[in-house]
Design a protein around this ligand. Structure first.
Ligand code: KPL
Length: 326
């Protein structure tokens, strides 16, 4: 029997959600997957989800099989890891909020920005943490998970989209809670790094995604192909535009470190199929509205040109409608 207090429910069994479920379970943490209603209905009752996991991030190891327990629709939730697509985060969470305990916590792993205030509103006083990760993982086939590149994962307590570094000084209790959640979710070989400023953390990851994800979907290529190929000039133009946006948003350090960071994520996840490229290949909507789309809105607010990001949004929208180009 699992101990409810120590159990982590995982909402969103895509590549990153499944990767975290496997890592936590391997470290002895009880995990329970919450499947989407469509998947839950098709899934045999009381059967685990089986995932074959191959770690290609270093020296290749043989694939391992993992049995991930599926949560029943009425069990109460103490710890929730939200790993859905950004577009689905709110609607996926809504049916489960009433079974989250008053002292429950939510950790969001979803990409993008612009929807976290609405999540916090659903949660009320329960704490919301943001995790950003540059791990590169994808499903090569249903149930066949590949970790193509190891990245870094960071966590911060979310305190609202308008709050910046100065205001983001957490109380002693909040710092203690942050350290606790870091301990619970850090597993051997993958430690979470705590950060204070959630907005900065999200902008950092979002600008990396803005440079990589859309381009890989447009060129239908793995991340590594961006470094040296037909998409490379556009990659550099995007980086420059994102740097200008970050500067105007008062994020100087993020702006100056963006180029080396993007190149290092591309290098570390060279064999990965980005989440947006996987979405387009699978005929799903991408998260572009919450990634480059968010930057368009930021550019408008700050009076900065966003022509490169706008072109990415336009091309991805065309692909979502079924047209493949260039
Ligand atoms: O976050 C990612 C994604 O695919 O969404 C990166 C880090 C770019 C890995 O592919």
């Amino acid at each position: 029997m699992h101990s409810p207090q120590k159990t982590w429910h995982i909402l969103g069994a895509g590549a990153i959600g499944s990767l975290w479920a496997i890592r936590l379970q391997q470290a002895g943490v009880a995990v329970r997957l919450i499947l989407s209603p469509r998947r839950h209905n098709k899934h045999p009752a009381d059967e685990p989800v089986i995932v074959h996991f191959s770690d290609h991030s270093g020296r290749q190891k043989p694939a391992t099989q993992h049995r991930l327990a599926v949560a029943s629709p009425d069990e109460s939730i103490h710890n929730l890891l939200l790993a859905t697509k950004a577009n689905a985060a709110l609607s996926a969470l809504e049916p489960h909020v009433n079974r989250m305990r008053a002292d429950a916590q939510l950790v969001s792993l979803s990409n993008g920005m612009g929807y976290h205030d609405a999540i916090q509103q659903q949660l009320g006083r329960r704490p919301l943490y943001m995790v950003t990760t540059t791990d590169g993982a994808y499903f090569a086939a249903p149930g066949q998970l590949i970790l193509a590149g190891r990245g870094h994962s960071k966590i911060a307590r979310y305190i609202g989209s308008k709050n910046t570094t100065e205001q983001a000084l957490l109380s002693g209790k909040e710092r203690y809670q942050l350290r606790q959640v870091v301990r619970e979710l850090s597993v051997p070989g993958h430690r979470l790094a705590p950060r204070i400023d959630a907005r900065r953390l999200l902008l950092d990851k979002l600008s990396i995604n803005a440079c990589i994800n859309g381009l890989t979907a447009i060129h239908n290529c793995r991340n590594g192909a961006l470094a040296n190929g037909p998409a490379t000039p556009r990659l550099y133009r995007l980086i420059t535009e994102c740097q200008e946006l970050l500067e105007a948003a008062g994020q100087r350090t993020l702006a100056s470190s963006l180029r080396p960071k993007v190149l290092s994520v591309i290098h570390a996840t060279a064999d990965n199929i980005s989440s947006s490229c996987s979405d387009i290949r699978a005929g799903r909507a991408t998260e572009i509205k919450h990634i480059n789309g968010f930057l368009l809105r930021l550019g408008q607010e700050l009076g900065v040109s966003t022509a490169e990001n706008a072109a990415i949004v336009k091309d991805i929208k065309a692909l979502e409608k079924g047209a493949r180009h260039p």
